[in-house]
Design a protein around this ligand. Structure first.
Ligand SMILES: Nc1ccn([C@@H]2O[C@H](COP(=O)(O)O)[C@@H](O)[C@H]2O)c(=O)n1
Ligand SMILES: O=P(O)(O)OC[C@H](O)CO
Length: 319
């Protein structure tokens, strides 16, 4: 197993600690590569998850784990999708605490929302996959559904599919809607494998952040799709990351945004001092290497302790 990337000044008593992993994208298929040629190890990624769970359990202090989405790869043969998702969920369930899942594009290539959300135990009225939880009074975690308005995952005749297809036809002239060819700068995010947070979810987010502010809680926002251009390739951003960030910036309670999807990972601090940390993918770990971690939560910072290919990051903020 890989080595942990530690800090010199690790403090002893966090308010809370939790485990993190993203983009496992397991499939029982031979190794392959991304469109741009980056190697992908579909069978090895579940071994990374197994080592993560062993490590988290050994750590003992972790209250929960957050999986940032893309549990099974889109190349998984579709007659195996349900069992493959169940198999990966079963590995997560070997963790001794609660596991919070979120959905990614690859989850939705495999299963429609009505099958996927119960498997991931996502509380989902109307098949939406956004929710929040408060593990300690001082902190609130918000999990966004980045595929709320999306051309994948909803039935073909669902208004959200229609809205997404109309949006893509206006924003991306390529016949292959996953191709950013000819799109300039931040417009390169208008790809079919991304999505948007819809109006209802934006209003819900606003209410949650108002409530957190009233309760003097700090907030960590989690979304499969990155929310800041500084932390991610332009091609991986949430379509309406700017609208989501406008809501977040109306308040002072959101301190850190965490995401996945952009497999190489990244970190930025935006103009309002909010940290954005995109986590490195488990899928792209060559055999024998790892990418997972845990986060210690303090009053004035979140400290990510990454293993191997996941960098450690100290995210200090004004309390
Ligand atoms: N420059 C690109 C990148 C991607 N595509 C299409 O998106 C699909 C998914 O890409 P991955 O990086 O996950 O492999 C890919 O199969 C292509 O169809 C593209 O067209 N142009
Ligand atoms: O989710 P994937 O595997 O299609 O990859 C998305 C890219 O990493 C976005 O840059």
């Amino acid at each position: 197993m890989g080595s942990q990337n530690t800090f010199v000044n690790a403090e002893r008593n966090p308010l809370l600690s939790f485990g993190v992993i993203t983009d496992v994208q397991y499939a029982d298929i031979p190794d392959g590569h991304s469109f741009r040629g980056v190697p992908r190890y579909y069978r090895h990624s579940i071994l990374v998850l197994q080592r993560a769970v062993q490590n988290w359990n050994k750590c003992q202090k972790l209250k929960f784990v957050i999986n940032f989405g893309d549990i099974v790869d889109g190349f998984c043969p579709k007659d195996q999708s349900y069992n493959a998702v169940q198999k990966v969920v079963n590995e997560f369930d070997k963790f001794s605490g609660h596991v919070y899942h979120m959905i990614g594009n690859h989850c939705l290539y495999n299963l429609p929302r009505h099958k996927l959300l119960p498997l991931l135990k996502i509380p989902a009225p109307d098949r939406h996959a956004y929710y929040d939880f408060s593990p300690i009074p001082e902190y609130r975690f918000v999990v966004l559904d980045g595929y709320d308005i999306s051309a994948i995952g909803w039935p073909e005749d669902h208004p959200n599919t229609e809205k997404a297809l109309k949006f893509l036809s206006e924003k991306n002239p390529n016949s292959e809607k996953n191709s950013p060819e000819g799109l300039v700068n931040l417009d390169r995010r208008f790809l079919k494998f991304n999505g948007a947070v819809g109006e209802g979810q934006l209003e819900w987010l606003d209410r949650v952040l108002q409530d957190a502010t009233n309760l003097n809680q700090k907030v960590v926002v989690c979304c499969h799709l990155p929310l800041d251009p500084g932390s991610s390739s332009k091609e991986a951003l949430l379509w309406n990351y700017d609208e989501v960030m406008n809501v977040i910036h109306r308040y002072n309670c959101v301190k850190v945004c965490l995401g996945g999807h952009d497999h190489k990972g990244g970190h930025s601090i935006d103009s309002h001092g909010v940290h954005h940390r995109v986590l490195e993918a488990a899928l792209e770990c060559p055999p024998g290497t790892d990418a997972f971690g845990y986060i210690d939560v303090f009053d004035n910072r979140l400290s990510l302790f990454g293993t191997d290919r996941m960098d450690s990051t100290d995210m200090v903020f004004t309390p």
